[in-house]
Design a protein around this ligand. Sequence first.
Ligand code: R5P
Length: 295
Amino acid sequence: MVLVVAGPASRGLSRKLAAELAAELVEAEAKVFPDGESYIRIARPIGGEDVIVVQSCYPPQDKHLIELLLLVNAASDLGARSVIAASPYLAYARQDKRFLEGEAISGRMVLRLIAAAGARGVVTVDVHSEDLLRASDVPAINVSAAPLLASYLASLGLRTPFVLSPDRRRLREAEAVAKALGGDYGCLEKTRDRVTGEVRTEARELPVSGRDVVIVDDIISTGGTVANAASIVKSQGARRVVAACTHPILVSGALERMYRAGVDEVVGTDSVEGKFSKVSVAPAVAEGVRRLLKL
Ligand code: R5P
């Protein structure tokens, strides 16, 4: 029997995932002690089930990560047959290597902590770098939200759409979305200053004049990457600009930055639950869970 345990960061997604898997849903109890420590309880008895703990680790990442580790460990300790951690936004995944001497490889440590807590597998969505998953001590599966985002984008009635990846990394996703929308696609070149975090995007001629443009990325955090891309396509005559991403982290000021640059609409998924989770990643996560359960 499969049991979906809803972490406090992913209640809505957990309900949808339980429906996808025809599994029982149990909502974990969570609170914060007066000194700031997290408390977690799975109030339903566990014995022999395959437990799927669902908890995306968007901001506040450290709190959500600790809750995920506590949930995985509790489920394992209480007698689950196996525990799978489904964490669509894998916190720290962008620090997948040592960019500057002396840095911690935080993404690798997060994966190892999840395994050490008792997970026998991890499912994540559009992880920043698939290379990172090879560092996991247990099978870690990455699934794509691109087809789900594409179906939603197809319902927006975009005119002669052009799909743009703000750097080379997301070209594959841009291609998948473009195919679904019946448009074409391309990418820009982006560099980020490793110390200041400032993003620079090289302008290049794109066939966007009079067309609707969809900018696709894995994460929108400060909005700097999307804003640069939006300014470039706007200056070349793009009509409507939609920014679509899997993980709408949207730190303070991100929306204003993007709107100022000409973005008309922001589309995200329930990897980060909130106003911009217009698409659910539940079907993709369910596919990852099914693959792990077969292993
Ligand atoms: C980085 O390479 C990622 O794919 C995203 O482009 C990046 O995380 C977006 O961050 P921001 O919104 O802060 O520019």
